[in-house]
Design a protein around this ligand. Structure first.
Ligand SMILES: NC(=O)c1ccc[n+]([C@@H]2O[C@H](COP(=O)([O-])OP(=O)(O)OC[C@H]3O[C@@H](n4cnc5c(N)ncnc54)[C@H](O)[C@@H]3O)[C@@H](O)[C@H]2O)c1
Length: 376
């Protein structure tokens, strides 16, 4: 651990506010500043959590030499440019998903991280959820056998969400399904082929000149016999919110439930048919965390409308992922190692989505990931 506390600033206080109490309780860190444009909301959140430094302007925040890390939770179109600015200002960067909305912004971030030696982590919740950690444990212990296929989906009805959402091509926000399929075996995507399906209503299509209701992508893994299938919908498709991730192995497979909250299904090969499936709940992985933040795996949810902290709601907080992401980020900075996903891995995951949409517009044409997204 570094002797001096790591001073963290959070920009964007909707989803971003959920991380304030985690940083405040993290040993060796200091939640130093918050930033959002509306001064009244800034004051409300700052007073509720006793945050000492507050900014309404992101560029001004970056001028503060005391800040070591900026955790960006602003609207999607700002992620790329704000990450670039923060790295240029000499800050370590954590950014909510996706990394950026263009391949060129992803490239600039990867190059800046290489040039500066600063840390960058995309804060992908799914790869730190208890369900993912459970499947990872099975994989690492060899219980799945040989991995044969991976599959993930993210479906959500985004009607009524802020102005950058309407009509967003589904694959532009694909990290919650691309992240886990690549992360389990620490693989990289080599190329993608995506088909668009269905049509969203005309008023939605004009925002991004995109009409597909569903985008369905196959990802070929680099230097591997594996491929994965991911699909997404955001508008005009009836489906309960679901971020699913499934893995098929030669010995065991894990499937996601059809209805949120139901248990996972663990299949074991070579048993009598009725005994193959088994309902299982993923255990909690709080023991992997420093003691002060273990309680946040089962909740620690902040209610942005009420400006209060709703503590310890069972199952909340994206599969208990929030404290795990904070721990990964801060321990990587302290120990001068790369976090997962680092800039290169984040670019590979994010560019799968951006290029998949391009593939869909070209009728499913195969598109290769650029070299800067491939490690080693
Ligand atoms: N599971 C996940 O990983 C997950 C879950 C929820 C949200 N998110 C991501 O978090 C981000 C924010 O989502 P949200 O629902 O809180 O959005 P929101 O629109 O409710 O909040 C955005 C916040 O950013 C602030 N902001 C906007 N522009 C800014 C700027 N230029 N400088 C400083 N602050 C600025 C706003 O004041 C507000 O506090 C989105 O990119 C979303 O994709 C990720």
């Amino acid at each position: 651990m570094q002797s001096k506390p790591i001073r963290v600033a959070i920009a964007g206080l909707g989803f971003g506010a959920e991380f304030i109490p985690i940083y405040q309780r993290y040993p060796g860190a200091n939640l130093y500043a918050i930033c959002q444009r509306n001064p009244e909301k800034l004051k409300q959140v700052g007073d509720a959590f006793g945050v000492p430094h507050r900014y309404t302007d992101f560029d001004e925040l970056l001028q503060d030499p005391a800040i070591d890390v900026v955790h960006i939770n602003t609207p999607i179109p700002d992620h790329g440019i704000q990450s670039i600015k923060a790295l240029k200002a000499g800050k370590h960067v954590a950014c909510t998903v996706p990394m950026a909305t263009t391949v060129d912004e992803c490239r600039q971030i990867v190059e800046l991280v290489k040039a500066t030696g600063l840390t960058y982590m995309m804060m992908e919740t799914v790869v730190y959820s208890r369900e993912f950690l459970f499947m990872k444990e099975l994989y690492e212990k060899g219980q799945l056998g040989r991995i044969q296929f991976l599959k993930a989906s993210h479906q959500q009805d985004m009607d009524g969400w802020p102005d950058y959402w309407p009509g967003l091509p589904p694959m532009y926000y694909a990290t919650h399904c691309v992240g886990p399929v690549l992360a389990l075996t620490k693989s990289q995507a080599e190329y993608v082929s995506c088909f668009g399906s269905g049509t969203i209503r005309p008023g939605l299509q004009e925002h991004y000149h995109s009409s597909f209701a569903v985008e369905s992508t196959h990802i070929k893994f680099r230097d591997s016999d594996l491929c994965a299938h991911v699909y997404r919908s955001l508008f005009d498709t009836a489906r309960q919110y679901r971020e699913s991730f499934e893995v098929y192995g030669s010995e065991k497979s894990v499937e996601w439930p059809l209805i949120e909250g139901d248990p996972l299904v663990l299949h074991t090969a070579k048993r009598p048919e009725p005994e193959i499936p088994e309902a299982v709940h993923a255990p909690d992985y709080a023991h992997l965390l420093p003691e002060g933040i273990r309680g946040f795996t089962t909740g620690g949810v902040y209610d942005a409308d009420e400006h209060r902290h709703l503590s310890f709601i069972q199952g909340a907080g994206h599969g208990g992922s929030h404290p795990h992401m904070v721990h990964e980020l801060l321990s990587a900075i302290s120990n001068r190692r790369r976090p997962f996903p680092d800039a290169t891995a984040s670019a590979n995951i994010t560019c799968v989505g951006i290029l998949a949409h391009e593939s869909a517009l070209k009728g499913g044409e195969r598109i290769y990931l650029p070299a800067f997204t491939l490690a080693g």
